[in-house]
Design a protein around this ligand. Structure first.
Ligand SMILES: [Zn+2]
Length: 201
């Protein structure tokens, strides 16, 4: 009887445990594409480059330093690691977002007509360093000292993750007008940036 139970459990496990968990990105089919998709400093800019390990994710770069594709990929890994640590990703909505998102890097900041700061206070005609454009696209200024950890990438990825999970990105952050963004999201971003800095990015 015990033997039968063990075999039964092993069978169930081979069905339910053989799939890759939400944090596995490395087993995708697009590797050949990544090889040919690279930044070429002799060609005109901006250029679009696929982000390796993340299926159809891509970035539009204003030069080859902003940013090498494997640096962006590492930032994605760290973001997802932190996101799942804090919030999980049961239906893989955030993973799915990361596998199709397009990051548009810019060397210049923009001015936004209106928006909200982190505390939810509205502003008008303010310099901004990132903005979600669609469910799968965000514009991001390259960041202080030309470091991804000093850019708004993770901030914008939180907006996109909230959109993927709840259908709304919560534009007023910790403010009470829209729901989704909590103090935990702000802390998660800080910790993810610290991790990125440990890798020199
Ligand atoms: Zn925001």
């Amino acid at each position: 009887m015990l033997k039968k139970i063990v075999i039964f459990l092993a069978l169930i496990c081979s069905v339910t445990c053989s799939g890759h968990g939400p944090s596995v990105f490395l087993s995708n089919e697009n590797k050949a594409i990544y090889k040919t998709s690279k930044c070429d400093s002799d060609k005109p800019f901006p250029q679009m480059v696929l982000i390796p390990f993340f299926e159809n994710a891509s970035q539009i770069v204003p030069n080859c330093r902003t940013y090498p594709k494997h640096q962006t990929a590492l930032a994605f890994f760290i973001f997802y690691h932190k996101w799942t640590e804090y919030f999980g990703d049961r239906n893989y909505a955030v993973k799915g977002m990361l596998e199709k998102v397009m990051i548009q890097w810019d060397t210049n900041k923009k001015v936004s007509k209106r928006g909200y700061n982190l505390k939810g206070e509205p502003f008008k005609n303010h310099n901004i360093i990132g903005r979600v454009e669609t469910d799968s696209m965000t514009w991001v200024w390259q960041g202080y000292d030309h470091k991804i950890s000093q850019s708004a990438l993770f901030h914008e990825l939180v907006h996109l993750s909230l959109r993927a999970k709840y259908g709304s990105g919560d534009s007023d952050h910790e403010g009470l007008k829209y729901r989704g963004w909590t103090a935990a999201h702000t802390v998660m971003i800080i910790e993810a940036k610290q991790m990125l800095r440990a890798f020199g990015l």
